[in-house]
Design a protein around this ligand. Structure first.
Ligand code: ADP
Ligand code: MG
Length: 263
């Protein structure tokens, strides 16, 4: 028999909207300058386990710097960033290990051109995680199947479409078994017809309970998969709200102005 509303968990809601397993990423009073430019201003942001946070805002607002600071691709000047309770160490082996807890997918796919897709995915697990080759390849194939390109495993990046390359890049990040995945405008370099295949993979990850921070202007994805939207401008978090509230009822003029330009 069909369930009536309220009978159980809403299966249509991605996990990312509902999960709340305690904080996984905690940024406290984070500040960062590039010379005189104050790019991150007193950032306070908590991302819970299984939560999907979408970060949007005008170009130059500090979104990429925020992402990069979380895995210390950019050092911060002040404040603290903890992932799963631990501050990232400044350098060395410990950093490489902890950094692999934080997966990152960029606008440009950054695959190694002279390695096959399979080799791209197994490289990190073998070198950094010290996993065996066989085990790494088995896991890699599972991940490539999951992102829908298992049949492309033995090709080189240039032989794949942009959407397939970006899905390979997602598989490569997942191979490190990250606790949180950062996506920095993962679809903005793609031809329009390839955007959805990548967003679908991301929506699937969200549904499976992955903790995600996603910089994107894809409102459909934000509405469908995110539990909260963070609006960033001039290095500050200007608004933080549910997608529904944010897109229909933005509180600040800054956000309203931004939305009027992109919607
Ligand atoms: P967004 O991703 O929101 O477009 P960014 O984080 O890329 O914003 O950039 C924020 C500001 O910091 C911009 O003014 C940008 O020009 C500046 N910036 C970013 N990276 C550097 C860098 N490595 N050196 C100097 N300035 C930078
Ligand atoms: Mg950016």
């Amino acid at each position: 028999p069909e369930l009536t509303k309220g009978d159980g968990p809403d299966d249509s809601a991605p996990q990312g909207k509902t999960a709340g397993g305690g904080p996984l990423v905690v940024m406290e009073n984070v500040n960062k300058h590039f010379g005189d430019l104050h790019v991150l201003r007193d950032i306070n942001l908590t991302v819970d386990r299984g939560e999907v946070v979408v970060v949007i805002g005008p170009s130059g607002g500090g979104k990429s710097t925020l992402c990069r600071s979380i895995n210390r691709l950019e050092p911060i000047d002040g404040g603290s960033i903890k992932v799963d309770g631990k501050e990232l160490p400044k350098e060395g082996k410990e950093l490489a290990k902890l950094r692999s807890d934080v997966g990152m997918v960029f606008q440009s796919f950054n695959l190694f051109a002279h390695k096959t897709i399979l080799e791209n995915v197994t490289l990190g697990p073998i070198k950094v995680r010290k996993q065996g080759k066989q085990e790494s390849e088995k896991h890699a194939m599972e991940l490539l199947d999951r992102v829908g390109i298992g049949n492309q495993a033995h090709k080189y990046p240039a032989q794949l479409s942009g959407g397939q390359q970006q899905r390979a890049a997602i598989a490569r990040s997942l191979a490190m078994k990250p606790k949180v995945m950062l996506f920095d405008e993962p679809t903005s370099a793609l031809d329009p017809e390839m955007v959805n295949e990548v967003l679908d993979v991301m929506t699937g990850l969200a549904r499976d309970g992955m903790t995600m921070i996603v910089v994107t202007h894809e409102m459909g994805f934000a509405r469908k998969a995110a539990r909260k939207v963070v609006f960033m401008a001039d290095g500050q978090i200007v608004e933080e709200n549910t997608p529904d509230e944010f897109f229909t009822n933005a509180r600040t003029d800054r956000a309203k102005d931004f939305l009027s330009k992109i919607l």
